[in-house]
Each structure stands twice: as structure tokens, then as C-alpha cells.
Design a binder for this molecule. Sequence first.
Ligand SMILES: Nc1ncnc2c1ncn2[C@@H]1O[C@H](COP(=O)(O)OP(=O)(O)OP(=O)(O)O)[C@@H](O)[C@H]1O
Ligand SMILES: O=C(O)[C@H](O)COP(=O)(O)O
Length: 503
Amino acid sequence: MASATSAASSLSLLPSSRRHASSSLRLPLSLRLPRTHFVQSLSLHVAAGAARIVSGRAQRGSMRVVAMAKKSVSDLTSAELEGKRVFVRADLNVPLDENQNITDDTRIRAAVPTIKYLISNGAKVILSSHLGRPKGVTPKFSLSPLVPRLSELLGIKVEKADDCVGPEVEKLVSALPNGSVLLLENVRFYKEEEKNEPEFAKKLASLADLYVNDAFGTAHRAHASTEGVTKFLKPSVAGFLLQKELDYLVGAVSSPKRPFAAIVGGSKVSSKIGVIESLLEKCDILLLGGGMIFTFYKAQGLSVGSSLVEEDKLDLATSLMAKAKEKGVSLLLPTDVVVADKFAADAESKIVPASAIPDGWMGLDIGPDSIKTFNDALETTKTVIWNGPMGVFEFDQFATGTEAVAKKLAELSGKGVTTIIGGGDSVAAVEKVGVANVMSHISTGGGASLELLEGKELPGVNALDEASVSVALARIVILVRDHFLQEEKIYICKRNYHCFVIY
Ligand SMILES: Nc1ncnc2c1ncn2[C@@H]1O[C@H](COP(=O)(O)OP(=O)(O)OP(=O)(O)O)[C@@H](O)[C@H]1O
Ligand SMILES: O=C(O)[C@H](O)COP(=O)(O)O
């Protein structure tokens, strides 16, 4: 926690441009709106051509976020919803077992607040989703198995159509009473969905009066039900889940409470290049784990035994380390690793320094010293984002590092640190440890959250209506205010952590 004194003294360590930004740009008191207002209404969405806001670290010229407030379902009044047919695109792409039982209902639960809000305001909800990647009509990808759980969570009987367009569906829609829900069949049973064919989008849109996109997990796809329909339905607005995902993954990351740490793991550096490069522009501390660390070790001339290495990414690893140095980001690599004699759950294992991986052994987890150093570094933070496991957590004996991170983030969440988890495997690890409910935000999007963190635009978001100028301005004022309040509190912790020789 930064005391006033430590904040003041550490401010002197800041580059002059940042000191200037911190001390001379103060918002008038009249613009200091309550934080609760910020939390409730801030919805920042990456959108081309929108207002540019200098965010995060003011000294970084390139560190600008293009942000725009999108119209939200909460901007619609009862009068605008009562009796209206609302096309809701959700991402109900949940895992099913061989008996068609739902094995994880997170995405269904996440879709509930928007649907409840709409039905409680008298709307008729036409609910659409994909499931899997079917090629044509495929019974095992039907949305029928979702109906009982949806009905249970919503507290009403959800009707189900056998198709998603056509006369039978139109008949069902016209019979809907106010406050009801009709679930359409898997929209990907039509190839036109993924091709975003305008005629198909028009058919979907013809079922409804207005559009709500709550499918964050599919917002990186420009499909007929996520992007095409917006050309035919007005208004087209964001649902609560989509809004929350954007608030955390764009809002909290582009204007974080600092110090801001990013933890990136997973198997390969090649699949996380975009995320690492983007986070290097924003974070104060970057912790790396998982299979990718061995490419970094090798790039520094260390022996890595038979660990996973991407030989063609050695130069990239070197340039990422150089970039971290140039940006003043503390890049921490594990100092010790758990090595195994084979890639198997029952492998023989031992802990060795990262600089002494024996020939024939492969690193499958981070070691206890690294866990301690990572925990100490995380202790200083106010915002943490985590993507990718620290080791092969599918094997119990190599799950310790990943579980330690999950537990540490749970502990920090309890102390008011903003903790954001993205990526299927890290979310699975958090759930395995049983701490998912204490994190600030668990993303329902795999590919979508990665693309957002890489700074890419999401077509499903771009297509939505923009918030009115007054709402957008209020949100921008609050963001700027929040940014400068954070800048005032910045203190440098990262110089205290040199977990591994990077500089
Ligand atoms: N040291 C290691 N060697 C080999 N594989 C590893 C190592 N550490 C982690 N992994 C593997 O990395 C995989 C997860 O990587 P990935 O990049 O896909 O993570 P993610 O982004 O959280 O998940 P998703 O891709 O599902 O969103 C896991 O299967 C894990 O076993
Ligand atoms: O599970 C997901 O990531 C989303 O539902 C998107 O699915 P897709 O990768 O098949 O488009």
C-alpha cells in the first residue's frame, strides 16, 4: 500500500514526463464523481475512430487506448422494452458430456442477468446462440439440452424452437406473451451464420424489434447473429455480461489501479506474443510461467534439457526482454523449476534452479522459490490479470505453481486488489482450487478475451450503437478523473524485484 510519503518520494523516481502528468493535470473538484457511478456506468469499448484518451502511463506516447462507450441494455427504459421482441445473442456454447449433460453451466449463468432484466421489463426474449462448430444440422449440437437449466435459472418455462429462422419460428414468436423466452436452435446449423450473409442476418433480424448482444465469448467473430443483424435492428445494444467483460478487460487494463501486474503462462510463447506485447505497454510487472519460459531461458544461453522450446522464437524472446527493459517493466521469470524425466502424470520429478536444468529432464512447473518471489511481487499490486497456467496443471504433481497463483489471487481479491482471469485453462485452474467466486472478474471468453488483451477490435462490439454523447462524455470524464487519481498514487515497486537476471 502506498503511503502518502512513499508515494511522494517514489514520484521523484518517475520519468519527468510522468511527474508532469501527475502533478499538473488535476481535474476540478466538480468533475470528481462518486466511484460507484464509475463502476456502474463505465463501459469502454475498443472502437475505431472513437475518442482517444491518454490512459495508464502518461509517459508512453504509444500507450493510447481508443475507447468508446456503447449503448447498454440498462439505457433502455421499461417503456422501450414492454411488449417488444428482443433478439438476444448469448454465448451458450457450454461443454456437454456424451450423455448431453452440461458439465459447466458458467456461460448459461452468465447470460441470466440480461434475460431477467428484459423479461422483468415485459420484453419477449428471442434467445440465440451457437454450440460447437457443427457442419450443417447436427443433433449432438442441438441447444435442447440447455432448456431445463435455463428454465430453472430464469424461474420460467423457456420455450424452444426447432429452427432459428422460417415460418415455424415466426409462428412461435408471434405467440409469445410479454416476459417470456423462446430459445432458437443452434444458429450455426446454417453456414450463412459464419459467412455473415446479409440475407440470413435479415431473416434473423425480422423476428425482433431490437437487438441485445451479450455473447462476449463470440464477440471476436463477425457472424450474422453477432454483427450482421445490427444492420437491420435498431437499437442494437450491449448486454450486462458483454458490458462487464469490456469494463474489466478494457477498462481495468487500460486504466488500472497501480501497480498493475500481468501473469502470462500457457504452453507456447508464439500463442501469447500479442498479449505479452500489448501488456508490456501497460503493466508495471510481468510474471511469466508455463512452457514458454524455456524459450526465454534458452535465449539467454541457459540449458533447458528436453523442455518445450520454440527454436524459431529465440530472437522474439530476446526482443521481448529488451522491450520490457526499455518500457521500464519488471519482467520476472521463475528462478527454479520442477523438472520431470518424462511428460507423464507419474514421472519422476525434482526441483532445480532455472540455470541448472539437467540434460534429458523437462521443466513442467515453476518451483517453490519462484512461487515465493511471485507472491511477494503480487503482494504489492492493485490490479492483476492472469492468462495461462504456470505448469502442466492437468498432472497433479505439476499443478502446484498454478494453484499457488490461484490461491494468491484469491487472497489479494479479499484485500481489494482487482483480479481478472482470462483464458480457458487459467479459469479451469481457478475453478479447480474453488476460488472462482472471489475473483473480481472471470472472463467467459477464451479467444475473445485474448483478442481484447492484444488490443484488437471486436466486430460484435464495434457494430453496436454508441451511447449518447452525454453518457459517453460522462464516462470519459470519469475515466480521466480515475486515471489521474491513480497516477497520483503511483509508486514504484518493481525495482525491488529482480527474480531472474533479465536486465
Ligand atoms: N512447462 C510446460 N510444458 C509443457 N506444457 C505446458 C507447460 N506449462 C503449461 N503447459 C500447458 O499449457 C497449456 C495451456 O496453455 P494455453 O496457452 O492454451 O492456456 P490458456 O490461454 O489459459 O488456455 P486456453 O487456450 O484454453 O484459453 C496446458 O495444457 C498446460 O499443460
Ligand atoms: O468457446 C468459444 O470460445 C466461443 O464460444 C467461440 O467459439 P468459436 O471459437 O467456435 O467461434
